[in-house]
Write a protein that binds this ligand. Structure first.
Ligand SMILES: [Ca+2]
Ligand SMILES: [Ca+2]
Ligand SMILES: [Ca+2]
Ligand SMILES: [Zn+2]
Length: 675
């Protein structure tokens, strides 16, 4: 009886007040599901069964039982159940209703569900632009005047002094600094997406200043950063590590952030990243702007000369902040991966044996693909470029080795996914600073494994990682600002704090759970016994779990854009298969009922009388457990409009469902009996 009352409260509120009550324990991808992909949701409360309900009409479109998933999930401590409504493919806006009355946030099923995610996440870079005004036509309420026009002055640690024009580029993260190495993997990943899947990443309608110029907006946005990169290269080919203040800025708008910003020492990791992205850019920009493409290649070759004349890491041991500077250090004492990536991209662009020989000599040291990349580990970018090399001199043997390591690692990720309550590919211990980007970088590798093998399970597990980011997680939150009903509202992001606008700048990925509690806010809410995936808080002070970063957004652009492109194909397919359907089942009236109500329905003319013997129209009433309560119609009905009366005198208060079925048509609505 308790169940009936719960469901009654929910449905009555929903239909009478049109406001949905959402419980905290039914976890869906809030952006939605592609029609052809698996559709899984999770819940931490046991219930007999679940319904998928169309939001606008209350129609039940799907019903099934929950599956037990895990007990005491190692990442969350939760016991989890999952529901699978993969066979529901009809476009629409839905929510999940459990038979105990709990419900989910609403979500869509549509070929275009990832279009908004992809476009917002890519446009997130526009909002990070530095040294320029963000104008209202492109930035909307987030507009601001030019910031940081004084970039920058040589820090004394460089041994140089004075001003060096180095305006432009993107703010790195929640702060206003600009760092070559976090931008390196960012540019590498964005260009990887375009180079390997140009038809999925070639849109020119992002509403950035360069939209409509016939050049893909992804490349326009990348170029905004590349132009800054070029300003950070010294005449000897080496590249300065970063451009920041000595201290992090206070929470002001970027155009109100004054004071000296400094250029820090030359670095071989920065130079390796620079060479790699410039070499790759020269390939991609050649069809659009050969002058710029050649400039990129020249800069890359100059950078490579610096690396070859400095065979040991620069500065020795890797970059560290000089005394008095506390902005991001991005410490990395191993530049072999950056050098390998530089050589791989130069080889792919030029085909020259000098670079190829370097790749052949160094690609295998330290193993092949065995983990996701990050700002300090860019080897995968080198290996993926070689795996997809179009140079005729490239080695098939090496390609096979890379492919085998990729597939082997994808199998490892599959195993991890199966032991995680939400199907995520990171294990306890790995819920560290920025782990949401790790989840997406693993999805990226699964996508490449799928592309290499056509093994559909890799594709599906990759999609589950994106589901996790957009709501199938213990926080029931979309970790992307501006995406989903319940998304991050208080990112550690200075413009979002200072702009006086309620909603944060959209399209930015929060770092996610941080079991190592790397900030005072996390430490005040959680402790070492908190399950790792629960160590997250949507609080501006939690830079350890709620900051944003350009390098974290890049795999989000990649993965959401990849699946978005998958959906675009389905749109055309779907258009060809539309079947007209003129059956109608109306909402009963009155509703709630006591004790009788009327139900109207329509049978279309396509139900021909000559099939009368096999074409029964049925209208039946069920309780929430699916037990039949009454049969109102069970006979052949010619085309026409009908009205039947349902008298509920002998049954108890609660929610009931009525289903009209005829031939292949079936539709269900709910009604409330209130005595
Ligand atoms: Ca454009
Ligand atoms: Ca490195
Ligand atoms: Ca704000
Ligand atoms: Zn700026």
């Amino acid at each position: 009886m308790k169940k009936i009352i719960l469901i009654f409260h929910f449905v009555s509120f929903y239909f009478l007040l049109q406001s949905q009550i959402v419980s905290a324990q039914v976890f869906v991808n809030q952006a939605g599901y592609l029609p052809d992909l698996p559709k899984i949701f999770y819940t931490s409360v046991y219930s007999d069964s679940f319904f998928v309900i169309e939001s606008a009409t209350g129609i039940i479109t799907f019903k099934d039982e929950l599956n037990f998933s895990v007990s005491n999930d190692p990442a969350t401590g939760l016991t989890l159940y999952s529901g699978d409504f993969s066979t529901l493919q009809a476009n629409g806006n839905y929510f999940i209703l459990l038979s105990n009355g709990d419900s989910s946030f609403s979500f869509q099923i549509s070929p275009n569900v990832y279009d908004v995610v992809y476009k917002k996440s890519l446009k997130g870079y526009y909002f990070q632009r530095c040294g320029t005004a963000l104008l209202q036509p492109h930035a909307g309420v987030y507009y601001h005047s030019t910031c940081h026009p004084g970039d920058g002055f040589y820090h004394s640690s460089t041994g140089q002094s004075g001003f060096r024009l180095s305006t432009g580029g993107w703010h790195d993260a929640g702060d206003y600094g600009k760092y070559i190495v976090s931008a390196g993997i960012t540019l590498g990943t964005l260009m990887l997406a375009y180079e390997n899947f140009p038809n999925k990443f070639n849109q020119d309608d992002l509403n950035i200043p360069e939209s409509g110029n016939t050049i893909p907006d992804l490349l326009d946005e990348v170029r905004f950063e590349l132009e800054w990169y070029l300003k950070m290269q010294n005449s000897n080919g080496g590249v300065y590590f970063k451009l920041t203040k000595q201290q992090f800025e206070s929470f002001v708008m970027p155009n109100n952030d004054s004071g000296m910003r400094y250029i820090y020492q030359l670095s071989s990791t920065a130079t390796g990243d620079f060479v790699a992205v410039m070499a790759r850019a020269s390939r991609l920009f050649q069809p659009f702007d050969s002058v710029f493409a050649n400039q990129c290649l020249s800069a890359a070759i100059l950078g490579w000369a610096y690396l070859t004349s400095n065979p040991s890491i620069v500065p020795p041991g890797g970059f560290t902040n000089p005394a008095g500077t506390v902005t991001g250090q991005y410490g990395d004492n191993n530049d072999s991966d950056e050098r390998l990536w530089a050589a791989a991209e130069l080889y792919e662009t030029t085909g020259l044996s000098e670079y190829h020989n370097y790749v052949i000599a160094n690609y295998a040291s330290g193993g092949l693909i065995s983990g996701a990349m990050s700002w300090n580990k860019v080897k995968n970018l080198a290996l993926l470029t070689y795996l997809n090399s179009s140079q005729t001199s490239s080695s098939q043997t090496i390609k096979n080795q890379i492919k085998n390591s990729l597939v082997s690692y994808a199998n490892t990720l599959s195993g991890r996914s199966s032991t995680n309550g939400f199907g995520v590919t990171i294990n306890p211990g790995e819920y560290n600073w920025g782990c949401n980007s790790d989840v997406l970088n693993k999805a990226l590798l699964l996508i490449y494994a799928y592309e290499q093998t056509n093994n559909n399970s890799y594709f599906q597990i990759a999609s589950m990682q994106l589901n996790y980011i957009m709501g199938t997680n213990a926080h029931n939150i979309s970790f992307i600002t501006g995406v989903g009903t319940n998304s991050v509202m208080h990112p550690h992001h200075r413009p979002s704090v200072a702009d006086g606008v309620v909603n944060p700048v959209p399209g930015l990925l929060a770092g996610g759970p941080n079991q190592y509690l790397d900030d005072p806010v996390l430490q005040s809410h959680f402790n070492s016994s908190t399950p790792p995936a629960l160590c997250y808080i949507d609080d501006v002070g939690s830079y350890g779990s709620n900051e944003i970063a350009i390098n974290w957004n890049a795999p989000l652009v990649f993965v959401s854009g990849y699946f978005n492109g998958e959906g675009a194909t389905s749109v055309e397919d779907q258009g060809l298969n539309l079947v007209p359907d003129k059956f109608e089942l109306n909402q009963n009236y009155p509703n709630p009922l006591n004790p009788s109500t009327k139900i109207k329905f329509t049978i279309p003319s396509l139900v021909d009388a000559k099939f009368a013997s096999t074409t029964m129209t049925q209208l039946k009433v069920f309780d929430v457990l699916g037990n039949e309560v009454a049969t109102l119609v069970n006979e052949y009905k010619p085309a026409g409009n009908y009205e039947v009366e349902f008298n509920a005198q002998n049954i108890s208060s609660g929610v009931y469902f009525y289903t009209l079925s005829c031939q292949n048509y079936s539709e269900t609505k709910s009604m409330v009996l209130l005595k």
